[in-house]
Write a protein that binds this ligand. Structure first.
Ligand SMILES: O=P(O)(O)OC[C@H]1O[C@H](O)[C@H](O)[C@@H](O)[C@@H]1O
Ligand SMILES: [Fe+2]
Length: 191
């Protein structure tokens, strides 16, 4: 079906990243417990609580060529062990599709890697845009102890999400806190 949308607008609050008009999708620790490398720590936390790690908007844009999917993504502050709260991260199913993120609030990184093993981490700060080229898997990471990381994203609406690779192998690199600062380390569980 080639649905064509009418023009519309939507609000995103610059302090919370949330819209008053739409409901966000929420990911709790229980939805991604074994994506944090310290799975034992994640298990311990889950015995008492199930923290909200991030929220993002799926606007229901048709997944057709020529459409652009967009929304905000809000990663909350926190850590599992010394690994910061982050999104699951994904490749695009149509690998040859890029994405752009604009940081509205907070402090963090976009961690990226290609299937061939290149990796990169670009800093998020308010007013900075990060370009995720085609072929690069991407994960947002919030390194602030107090503030949410709020980004606005836009990508080709038919790109799709490929979670499988990241769910089974993880990213080659992790961003963790060491001596009070974020550092990039090799993922001990990557294989
Ligand atoms: O899909 P995740 O890796 O869980 O990240 C959550 C969301 O983050 C970003 O903002 C992307 O642009 C969305 O397409 C994605 O679904
Ligand atoms: Fe994406």
């Amino acid at each position: 079906m080639n649905e064509i949308l009418r023009p519309f607008d939507i609000d995103f609050d610059l302090t919370t990243g949330l819209s008053r008009l739409k409901k966000a999708s929420k990911r709790y620790l229980s939805n991604m417990a074994d994506m944090f490398y310290d799975t034992e720590k994640a298990g311990d936390i889950l015995k008492n609580e199930d923290p909200l790690i991030y929220e993002f908007y799926e606007m229901g844009i048709p997944e057709t060529v020529g459409d652009i999917a967009f929304g905000t993504s809000i990663v909350y502050p926190g850590k599992i062990g010394n690994e910061y709260f982050m999104t699951k991260g994904h490749f695009h199913t149509v690998l040859e599709t890029a994405e752009v993120y604009f940081c509205i609030k907070g402090k963090g990184y976009m961690l990226m890697e290609t299937p061939e093993g290149q990796w990169d981490a670009q800093e998020f700060a308010p007013g900075k845009a990060v370009y995720v080229p085609k072929r690069w898997a991407h994960r947002s990471i919030n390194v602030s102890p107090t503030e949410p990381l709020i980004t606005f994203f836009a990508f080709r609406a038919d790109a799709g999400h490929d979670y499988g690779t990241i769910e089974t192998k993880g990213f080659r690199k992790l961003i963790v806190e060491k001596d009070g600062r974020p550092v990039v380390i090799d993922n001990p569980r990557w294989s």
